[in-house]
Ligand binder design. Structure first.
Ligand code: SF4
Ligand code: SF4
Length: 159
């Protein structure tokens, strides 16, 4: 069975669906566990702990994009906003932002926070509905919004 653990979005809610110990048990019983990036961060359960318990961090799934462009064609915002990068490119940016080997994150976050970037997404989710890989570009873009906001508050990128 494939089991997903999402990050809580309610204000001041820091609980997470599974601890790394529970993940280990599930993996040992043959289940696949996907954990959303930073799902347990607020209570010290960092992504590395989930990975060492055998989970995949959800952003990894975005790597399975086959560049078909269907999400781009399905995106309502692309139709009226010529500057918008669109779901496929932003989904790819999210995979790079989560790649520990990547050294260009400050520039990448600044680029996707600029006009035509992640803040132009209106979360319609048409991209997600049509992806043949059952990926979720809307979630990747939401991740970019969180990361760019955190980078801005830390003074790593400019408004
Ligand atoms: S529809 Fe899915 S697989 Fe195709 S480009 Fe978009 S994210 Fe990638
Ligand atoms: S969620 Fe964002 S990227 Fe996806 S279809 Fe809607 S506006 Fe486009």
């Amino acid at each position: 069975m494939r089991i997903g653990v999402s990050k809580e979005i309610k204000t001041h809610e820091y609980r997470v669906g599974l601890t790394p110990a529970s993940v280990r048990e599930l993996v040992e019983h043959g289940h696949e566990v996907l954990v959303e990036t930073d799902a347990g961060d607020a209570i010290g359960l960092v992504d590395a702990m989930y990975e060492s318990a055998g989970a995949r961090i959800a952003a990894d799934a975005a790597i399975e994009c086959i560049n078909c462009g269907i999400c781009y064609a399905a995106c309502d915002t692309v139709r009226w906003n010529a500057d918008y990068l669109g779901p496929a490119a932003l989904n790819r940016a999210w995979t790079l932002v989560n790649d520990a080997r990547d050294a260009g994150n400050a520039q990448r976050l600044a680029a996707v926070a600029a006009g035509g970037g992640c803040y132009d997404c209106h979360s319609h989710q048409s991209c997600q509905e049509h992806c043949p890989q059952t990926l979720n570009p809307t979630a990747s873009i939401a991740g970019l919004k969180r990361r760019t906001m955190a980078a801005y508050l830390r003074g790593e990128i400019e408004a």
